[in-house]
Design a protein around this ligand. Structure first.
Ligand code: HEM
Length: 239
């Protein structure tokens, strides 16, 4: 596992050492390697959350099951603790990923090095900050709407959680918003999971193709799973 592998996305800009320490609490005492590890491990935790979240949401395909699941979840005394933990992991991931991206950009590698590796960079790897910020906006609006019930997609008064979800996703704007959001998640993860293996040092020439494939599969699987719920709601006409 020690032989360096070609990156599907990390051009010289991404793999260059993070050379520009800046002031601020996020830099205090944290080396660039520590920050990259923190981004990788928090990303891994968020992928775990997404699989669990998808599994819970897929229960909406079974009449009655989603509302039972939601009731059990909300009755759990551990929920507030899990939510605080999730929030903290999310903040660490977003903040340190932006710090690392900025430091990479400021490292200004030699022009020839960028030109030599640009061909290997994928669209997903070059747009990590854009897709990441899109996901951030999606999550903020999504929580405001689903958790705090901000009536953003024309929801009339509904009685159950499943009705709220189905009517949201059957609304043209809601369907569009959710389809775009989960596609951004899929594209972000199709490079993000690969990048996680790279940071942990698990990538090598031998494993490169398999890990690239796995990373894309994780992104595609999660996006397709959430999209299935949108399509189901549209087909059911929100009922
Ligand atoms: C079709 C797609 C999705 C549906 C139907 C859905 C549904 C829901 C629902 C119903 C809740 C509220 C749970 C509650 O009341 O406690 C929720 C919360 C949440 N969702 Fe989603 N979700 C979807 C996609 C996503 C995606 C792609 C992400 C992340 C990128 C995400 C992140 C979250 C987060 C962070 C929370 C707050 C969790 C908490 O504080 O308990 N969701 N979602």
């Amino acid at each position: 596992m020690s032989e360096p592998a070609p990156s599907p996305g990390s051009s010289a800009r991404i793999s260059a050492p993070i050379a520009t320490p800046r002031a601020g609490f996020l830099h205090a005492g944290l080396s660039s390697v520590t920050k990259k590890y923190a981004v990788a491990m928090s990303g891994l935790a968020l992928v775990g959350f997404l699989f669990a979240h998808l599994a819970g949401n897929l229960l909406i395909l079974i009449p009655g099951a989603f509302d039972q699941y939601a009731a059990a979840l909300h009755a759990s005394p551990l929920l507030p603790l899990a939510e605080i933990g999730l929030f903290a992991v999310f903040v660490v991931h977003v903040a340190l990923a932006l710090v690392c991206a900025r430091a990479n950009r400021d490292a200004k590698p030699q022009k020839y090095a960028v030109a030599a590796t640009r061909g290997k960079a994928t669209l997903a790897s070059r747009t990590m900050v854009i897709t990441g910020c899109t996901v951030l906006v999606f999550v903020i609006v999504h929580i405001a709407h689903m958790k705090f019930r901000a009536p953003l997609f024309g929801n009339p008064t509904v009685e159950t959680g499943s009705q709220w979800v189905l009517r949201t996703l059957a609304h043209p704007l809601g369907a569009l918003f959710y389809a775009a959001g989960v596609c951004a998640v899929g594209v972000h993860l199709s490079h993000g999971v690969w990048s996680l293996f790279q940071t942990l040092g698990w990538n090598s020439k031998r494993w490169h193709a398999r890990l690239t494939c796995l990373s894309r599969a994780v992104g595609a699987l999660l996006a397709a799973g959430f999209l299935l719920i949108v399509v189901y709601a549209l087909l059911r006409g929100g009922r």
